[in-house]
Ligand binder design. Sequence first.
Ligand code: TPP
Ligand code: MG
Length: 339
Amino acid sequence: MLPKLPKENLLEILRKMLLIRHFEESLIGLFDKGLFRGHYHVYIGQEATGVAALSCLGGGDYMFTTHRNHGHLLARGAEPGRLLAEILGRKDGYNKGKGGSFHTNISSLGILQTSAVVAGIIPLSTGAAYAAKARKAGQVSVCLFGDGALEEGAAPESFNLASLWKLPVLFLCENNGKYGVGRAVAAAQSSTMAAYPLTDLPKAYKIPAEQVDGLDAGAVHAAVSEALSRIRRGEGPRFIEAQTVRWPGSESNWPVVPVPTEVALAWDVGTAPEKVRGWYRECDPALIFIRELVEEKQVTREEISQVDKNVRGQVAQAVDFALKSPYPDLEEALKDVFA
Ligand SMILES: Cc1ncc(C[n+]2csc(CCOP(=O)(O)OP(=O)(O)O)c2C)c(N)n1
Ligand SMILES: [Mg+2]
């Protein structure tokens, strides 16, 4: 379903979903050309969750994210050029190229910590919520993490304190399952957790927890805005499990693009390789959103093509900006270091 929002907000959600998609597909191309090194993860397939959820935050709220962060950062308003420069280790990146894909922090956007340490941000987001509560500033701390993070001890330890102290934190778990096992199975057993559904774990700590279809921007928007308003009213932490289906391009160790995303795929997946057609037809959140916009007569196909064209232009400019940015000087290695 579509989020209950005016057309301009729906167009903004569409714009951000397509921005993330084209940004990530371009990034895979840059990696394949040897333009950056080290491991990286892309957010393709989860755009409806990140974009819809983060559209509910206020300007002063805090956000924490993981190894699969690029989509969250773009959804929160990161400039694509500076983010790409950071991932490529360049001087004009948000953290002067020292954070890279796994550790881009943008404090001006309330993004206090991005960490590839699985579950590392869960205690940090709880601490930020503690600070927000102590300051009585009305801020909420939103922590986005994968299903795998629940396996770490840091998760239940944080749930315990957040619940005891009624901290203003939203734990948003993105359960991206496994492609090809069917949605119901993915939802129940995607992780190696003995406890499932995953919501059983926060519930043991008396944290209200619900599951939501992470491919459905409207469902995510409704669940997150309701959760945030309850948290802001002082009701304490909440947990949402957003279920998506892993993008087949993220099945192997290194991401591959099975078919470059075109708006036309929303109606005809014929150009996608046969074995991934089902994902693009049924599980692609961007294409689902596009179809809904048109079917509910909110937006025409021409308007969607125009948004897509603008976003592609923006990504091309970001690539140009990042590639023109120099690598940091050697002496920079010893600056901003606390050791
Ligand atoms: C503490 C820790 N253990 C192991 C890893 C290696 N690792 C990187 S991503 C990952 C899987 C995380 O799964 P999930 O949280 O579900 O995120 P997804 O990649 O599915 O989005 C693991 C085990 C790590 N980065 N940190
Ligand atoms: Mg996962």
